[in-house]
Ligand binder design. Structure first.
Ligand code: ATP
Ligand code: ZN
Length: 566
């Protein structure tokens, strides 16, 4: 049974969603146009759409093609595990869509390389904002590569698209949904879209807050273009020197690539409001369309265990990806992510990482044992092949159903672990070779092949298993360990022979019982140091991740992760 630490209240129930046929009333009593499934090509997959707060059938605008826009990082510092969690979870979904459901994906990720936080940090470090942003953009890409996150089809920077952003704003103004002020700012006029605002926030909040010094018409209006302050980077625009607001960059860049049709839009749950709310308002105002962006998928937050707050740079409660990877591996982090639903908030702790590690070692150990069994190195009682084939077929069906149900990776992994459990139960080694019986290598081979493929599909690379084949020196090391284990096995079998009655049986009649027993004791005493030496070498090698397993007179070995990364 897989136990996953999920924070309460993280996933809202579908029952909370009030939907009528064409209009629904949100929690604030506002009447809204209901989301309708897009016309297009059904996939057989259901996804939880934050727009409706329920699972909806995923229907694509084009056959077999998924268009996907992802909000990317603001590059002003090292990325932390919160970022890792969001991007690894989406990477898993991407792999499922492309490998399991055979879709072609076009993914775009924006790099926010101009922003208040970037300017502030660059000033603190006395470097230019652009140089700071380029440094951390590269750093982010390296972290993602280290976590086995696939690159998007294209990364796009905000600062490479300023003219397009300016044109985008001009059209929103022309369409009557934004206004420029005498101070040189441009704001989105929320009232101009009435009830359409509030897809994630629950509606237009008609608060009567003081506007103070602000040049906005209403407090909730948000900036499309900000007049630059002295010493800040700026671009020339029809409204004077300034720079884009945060939300407009995503609307513009998504529209440059995907026009007015977008299948999937993703980000962490903190981005739903106001960021995605405002992106939608801008795009619908620009494209003059009823619905922009069909499915909004949001990942839950990663928290340090015991903390109410999400892991965040500003709260200084973060672990950088680089620091994390000094202790744990990318496979282990991915397994940690797979064990919870992508929408759940999740607690990070050494305990939860240990559970992920233990799941990985159960998988590796099964694959090694099954391989040893196939090679005849592991003698077992006869296995119930029919049961295993049946379980195998069920597992495949269950896994696909789980993944089609809003990418339910914990359920899919649990099905596979259940198969491993049944496979293990039947791999009971017999102690004496004479007890060996017919074996069933094909069913075990099939399970190994499927399990390996399943985890590779989700981005688990099984580095330890692959390290051997990857370069010449590790291939050489593999051979050396083979030789060493073979030699140790011969020594051990020789020493163990002294325990066997049979070693002395033939001469027993001639030499007499008493003399025989004395001779055996003598042999045991003489050979005991050999057994001890064999035990010591096994223990010593385990510190380097070489796990020697003695099974009767046969010995096998496997590579597991060493303690620094376990
Ligand atoms: N603790 C977290 N758990 C899950 N996702 C997170 C976490 N922190 C940030 N994210 C997600 O990472 C992506 C990149 O975020 P961004 O660069 O804007 O960081 P941020 O939210 O400013 O980080 P911070 O709060 O640490 O400054 C967003 O989709 C955001 O939702
Ligand atoms: Zn965005």
């Amino acid at each position: 049974m897989m136990v996953c630490v999920v924070r309460r209240g993280a996933v809202r129930s579908a029952a909370a969603q009030q939907r009528l046929s064409s209009l629904y009333v949100d929690s604030r009593g506002t009447r809204k146009a209901a989301w309708v499934p897009p016309a297009g090509y059904p996939t057989g997959i259901h996804v939880y759409n934050s727009l409706t707060r329920t699972k909806e059938p995923l229907v694509l605008a084009r056959p077999g093609v998924v268009t996907w826009y992802s909000c990317g990082p603001t590059v002003y510092d090292h990325a932390h595990l919160g970022h890792a969690c969001s991007y690894v979870r989406f990477d898993i979904i991407r792999r499922i869509l492309s490998k399991v459901f055979e879709k072609d994906l076009v993914t775009v990720m924006v790099i926010t390389d101009i922003d208040d936080k970037i300017i502030k940090r660059a000033n603190e470090l006395n470097i230019s904002p652009v140089s700071l942003a380029r440094t951390y953009e590269e750093d982010f890409k390296q972290d993602m590569a280290a976590l086995q996150v696939l690159q998007p089809t294209v990364y796009m920077r905000v600062t490479d698209n300023i003219p397009q952003i300016i044109s985008f704003i001009e059209k929103i103004i022309k369409n009557g949904h934004a206004y420029a002020t005498a101070k040189g700012n441009v704001y989105f006029d929320i009232k101009s879209i009435g009830d359409k605002y509030g897809k994630f926030s629950g509606g237009f909040l008609n608060t009567e807050e003081e506007l103070g010094e602000s040049d906005k018409r209403q407090n909730k209006d948000f900036a499309l273009w900000k007049k630059s302050k002295p010493q800040e980077p700026f671009w020339i625009s029809p409204w004077g020197k300034g720079r884009p607001g945060w939300h407009i960059e995503c609307s513009t860049i998504a529209s440059i690539v995907f026009g007015s049709k977008l299948d999937i839009h993703t980000g962490g749950i903190d981005l739903a409001f106001p960021h995605h709310e405002n992106e939608i308002a801008q795009c619908e105002a620009y494209h003059q369309c009823e619905h922009w962006g069909n499915y909004f998928l949001h990942t839950g937050h990663l928290h340090l265990k015991g903390s109410e707050e999400k892991m965040s740079k500003s709260l200084k409660n973060y672990i950088t990806i680089k620091d994390f990877l000094k202790t744990y591996s990318a496979d282990q982090f991915r397994m940690f992510c797979l064990r919870c639903k992508y929408r759940s908030a999740v607690d990070f702790s050494d305990d939860s990482m240990n559970e992920a590690k233990s799941t990985l070692s159960t998988i590796s150990s099964f694959m090694n044992d099954a391989n040893a069994y196939m090679k005849g190195q592991l003698m077992c009682h006869p296995v119930r092949e029919d049961l295993l084939w049946e379980r195998f077929t069920d597992t495949k069906v269950n896994v696909k159903a789980a993944l089609a149900d809003d990418f339910d990776t914990p359920r899919a992994v649990e099905s596979v672990m259940d198969l491993i459990h049944h496979g293990n139960r039947q791999l009971k080694a017999v102690t004496k070779e004479t007890e060996s019986s017919p074996s069933s290598p094909v069913v075990y081979g099939t399970m190994v092949s499927y399990i390996e493929q399943f985890f590779k599909t989700l981005g688990i690379s099984f580095e330890a298993r692959q390290a051997v084949a990857e370069n010449r020196s590790s291939a050489m090391l593999h051979k050396v360990i083979d030789e060493l284990v073979d030699f140790r096995s011969k020594v051990r079998n020789y020493a163990l022979d002294a325990h066997e009655d049979s070693a002395c049986d033939q001469t027993a009649a001639a030499a007499g019982e008493k003399q025989q027993r004395e001779k055996r004791r003598q042999l045991l005493r003489e050979r005991e140091p050999l057994i001890q030496a064999c035990d010591i070498v096994r223990q010593d090698l385990s510190a380097f991740g070489i796990n020697i397993k003695d099974r009767g007179s046969k010995t096998t070995w496997e590579l597991i992760k060493t303690d620094e990364k376990m």
